[in-house]
Design a protein around this ligand. Structure first.
Ligand code: ZN
Length: 362
């Protein structure tokens, strides 16, 4: 894995976006050229050259990352300059210091430049897409979903796209939730390619949903069994994206059992390993409580499997017993920032402790 990352660093492909120098201020202060280089996933280099009749004294870069967030942050970078009538400089956004961005994330940026006469210009905002230029991406699109891939033929991509559409239909039937804004899937051909797309990868990573960006990056190898598990991963991660869109609020997160349970039900039938975990817990009376399942799942692999399996069962119980509209009402209640017990009581008339015994008596 390490070896791959080193190789990826060496063969980093550079993408160059040149923006013609059209910005002229009538006072003589002007931008000569502005461009951006992307070295995915490590950095973005912003280049600027400007000229004026008098020395330029101040150059600042401003940028924002496009994502759903309650406080959109604009970064303002003071690019240190030695005053001169003509200046060519750059600023490097080193993701190793700030944390990375997913492939396909949009960054909006502009410059402000001031000269010694106190004249100031601001360039028009430009959008640059943080693309993974290491591969030759192909794209298909259906509804709100864009799927990007580089290995395998069209039918491979179409099969995965069909799985996304089925997952969205299943989710809508179960919960009434549907995509509110577009999503992009990036399908890597294997795990090391996927890991090469991340700044701080975890070795087990098979797929990541970047909910705030509406982006999923995952790997699907071309063999049939891998495609089958890939379709499950897509359905699962896509559900997280949709649920994030319909419940996003600045006050509260969803209980984990609800988020993971919905993602599991979108995958389809429960897989054998989960069924076995449930029968073991049933025999040993070692179920994890609904209340404990609100928090991040335990690290122990058997406990993790049981956590997902129970989440599937709890959510299935709510959907089967009370239907889609109640589930949608529950999600909507969470969107308003409700507490866990409070939301359950309001929608179903019972709290988490009661739910704990109810789903097990099924
Ligand atoms: Zn999940």
């Amino acid at each position: 894995m390490k070896k791959f990352i080193v190789t990826a660093l060496v063969i980093l492909s550079l993408m160059l976006f040149l923006i013609p120098a059209t910005i002229q201020a009538d006072n003589g202060l002007s931008v000569v050229e502005s461009s951006v280089d992307i070295s995915f996933p490590q950095k973005i280099t912003f280049n600027i050259s400007a000229a004026s009749d008098v020395p330029i004294t101040d150059i600042r870069l401003h940028y924002e990352v496009e994502r759903s967030s309650f406080a959109q942050v604009t970064a303002e970078i003071y690019v240190g300059v030695i005053p001169a009538q003509s200046i060519e400089t750059q600023w490097i956004w080193d993701m190793r210091r700030t944390g990375g961005l997913p492939p396909g994330a949009d960054v909006i940026y502009w410059w402000t430049i001031t000269d010694a006469a106190g004249k100031k210009i601001e360039t028009a905002p430009q959008t640059v897409q943080f693309n993974d230029g290491r591969y030759d991406w192909k794209t298909i699109q259906q509804g709100q979903v864009t799927l990007n891939w580089y290995e395998g033929d069209d039918s491979f991509a179409e099969e995965l796209m069909a799985a996304t559409q089925e997952a969205l239909m299943r989710l809508a039937a179960n919960s009434g939730a549907s995509l509110e804004s577009p999503v992009s899937l990036y399908i890597y051909a294997n795990q090391s390619d996927l890991i090469g797309a991340m700044i701080y990868p975890q070795e087990w990573t098979g797929g990541v949903a970047y909910s705030q960006y509406g982006i999923i990056a995952m790997n699907v190898e071309g063999t049939q069994s891998r495609i089958e598990s890939g379709k499950r991963t897509i359905s699962h991660e896509l559900t997280h994206l949709v649920i994030n869109q319909v419940t996003n609020n600045p006050y509260n997160y969803l209980p984990n059992w609800l988020n993971e349970g919905l993602a599991m039900t979108s995958e389809g039938e429960l897989e054998l390993s989960f069924i076995l975990a449930l029968s073991r817990a049933d025999a040993e009376n070692s179920y994890i409580s609904v209340r404990s399942l609100c928090s991040p799942f335990p690290a122990d692999i058997n406990q993790t499997i049981l956590s997902y399996a129970e989440s599937y069962k709890i959510v299935s119980y709510l959907i089967n017993e009370y239907g889609r509209d109640k589930m949608f009402e529950l999600l909507d209640t969470f969107r308003q920032g409700s507490g866990y017990d409070e939301a359950l009581k309001k929608v179903y008339g019972f709290d988490m402790d009661e739910l704990n015994s109810l789903w097990r008596s099924e």
